[in-house]
Design a protein around this ligand. Structure first.
Ligand code: GDP
Ligand code: IMO
Ligand code: MG
Length: 423
């Protein structure tokens, strides 16, 4: 059975924790989009791991981990991540496979990402500055380098020289510092030496696993509203974070997807700029004071707000979500009155799905339904029936509003394990 897991909000829904749990029933895990802009947290006992590009399943012994061709790879950063895992006793060689077709993040992509953000002043996107947008830009413009280029020294030197020439013309135009092809080549050659044994045809691997009837978990990065097409454009990332991205970014045929799990928080968070109808400074302050909701990649404080069922309903619809996995219910433990946005009001009309334009979205007024808080600690609950009655009511309402079966509930970053209605 193959499962696609996506974020149903703006990322950071707790995908890492849910993936770690689901690895008990899957043989392999596959990343198919995004890059090291992702930060997936897995806490095991007293240890905390934050995975950026390496799939979260790497912490489970014997499981295969694939980084598919739809991702963008910063070789230096991937080397660091692999070495960090190895130094903590996590074996990667022979378990981790990196696509030879994936595009390479170059130093000038990071340069351009940061430069654009600085130049945008009041209109910045709030990117992670990992060079993700410019790398996907080059991919679409057909001027990018791919991982197989790292394996061919002569071709690599030629391609870097050619690209740097054009990049430097642009830098001069902007009055920015230029980049050195020689320095880049030296750095990328060194990284290539380390990555060589990992680089392979991951499409062939996916199909080998299909033939052997192994089950794969496709680990989505970011979330539905950061999707380049369906998100709050232009305040989005540069890949398809929705379920279709799992197929286009890995070679998995769409008819081999059996379940789509939508992960969501019991409230909403967002890092970076862009409209956020249910944002609540009070809820943000509360969660930050508890030491929660700081970005796993950049450390930035996440913006927090009430659960937005308009967004999640849309996410369920376009991803084909068959099951929901809800995390961070315990974040609402001390909240007296909890709000849920059930619809938007825009120019006298009631909307049940978000509008395309962010200007319209910014004008939407959330229609709230209020729920009484449970005002007790849920972090020790081990089953649905352990939860206070108000929490159960809250979850039932979210399930109905979101349009899919709620099958996993999580109340802590590590154990207790997530549970469902059935237990
Ligand atoms: P991801 O990007 O979707 O994998 O999510 P992140 O790792 O960026 O952020 C989720 C945060 O919530 C991490 O700090 C997790 O350890 C934490 N987390 C996940 N599930 C729960 C939960 O049920 N309760 C609490 N308290 N923390 C959780
Ligand atoms: P995970 O996988 C939350 C956001 C950035 C910014 C926008 C564009 O951990 O859920 P980018 O660097 O991708 O060009 O930035 O997307 N963003 C994320 N927000 N979680 C993520 O990943 C994110 N990856 C990118 O903050 O608003
Ligand atoms: Mg994250």
């Amino acid at each position: 059975m193959n499962t696609v897991l996506v974020g149903s909000q703006w990322g950071d829904e707790g995908k890492g924790k849910i993936i770690d749990f689901l690895m008990e029933t899957h043989d392999a895990v596959v990343r198919s989009q995004g890059g090291n802009n992702a930060g997936h947290t897995v806490e095991v006992g007293s240890e905390k791991f934050v995975l950026h590009l390496v799939p979260s399943g790497i912490l489970r012994k014997g499981k295969l981990c694939l980084i598919g061709h739809g991702t963008v790879i910063d070789p230096g950063s991937l080397v660091k991540e692999i070495q960090g895992l190895e130094s903590r006793g996590v074996k990667t060689l022979g378990r981790l496979f990196v696509s030879d077709r994936a595009h390479v993040v170059m130093p000038y992509h990071r340069h351009l990402d940061a430069g654009r953000e600085t130049a945008a002043k009041g209109k910045m996107i709030g990117t992670t500055k990992r060079g993700i947008g410019p790398t996907y830009g080059d991919k679409i413009a057909r001027t990018g380098l791919r991982m197989h280029d790292l394996l061919d020294e002569a071709a690599l030197a030629e391609k870097i020289k050619e690209r740097v020439k054009e990049v430097n013309q642009f830098c001069r135009l902007k009055g920015w510092e230029t980049v050195s092809a020689t320095r880049i080549l030296k750095e990328y050659r060194a990284a290539a030496q380390i990555l060589k044994p990992y680089i392979t045809d991951t499409i062939a691997k996916v199909h080998e696993l299909l033939e052997k009837k192994k089950s794969m978990l496709f680990e989505g990065a970011q979330g539905t509203f950061l999707d380049i097409d369906c998100g709050t454009y232009p305040y989005v990332t540069s890949s398809n974070t929705t379920s279709g991205g799992a197929c286009t970014g890995s070679g998995l045929p769409p008819n081999q997807v059996h379940e789509v799990i939508g992960t969501l928080k019991a409230y909403t968070t967002r890092v970076g700029e862009g409209p956020f109808a249910t944002e609540s400074p009070e809820l943000s302050d509360r969660l930050h004071e508890m030491g929660r909701e700081f970005g796993a990649t950049t450390g930035r404080a996440r913006r927090c707000g009430w659960f937005d069922a308009v967004l999640v309903r849309f996410a369920t619809r376009i991803n084909g979500v068959t099951q929901l996995a809800l995390t961070n219910l315990d974040g609402l433990d001390g909240v007296k009155e909890i709000r849920v946005c059930v619809a938007y009001k825009l120019a006298g009309k009631t909307l049940h799905y978000p509008p395309a334009s962010i200007e319209a979205l910014a004008r939407c007024q959330p229609v709230y339904k209020k729920f009484p808080g449970w005002l007790s600690d849920t972090s020790g609950c081990q089953s649905f029936s352990d939860l206070p009655a108000q929490a159960r009511e809250y979850l039932k309402a979210l399930e109905k509003l979101s349009g899919a079966k709620l099958s996993i509930v999580s109340v802590g970053p590590r154990l207790p394990r997530p549970f469902s209605h059935e237990n």
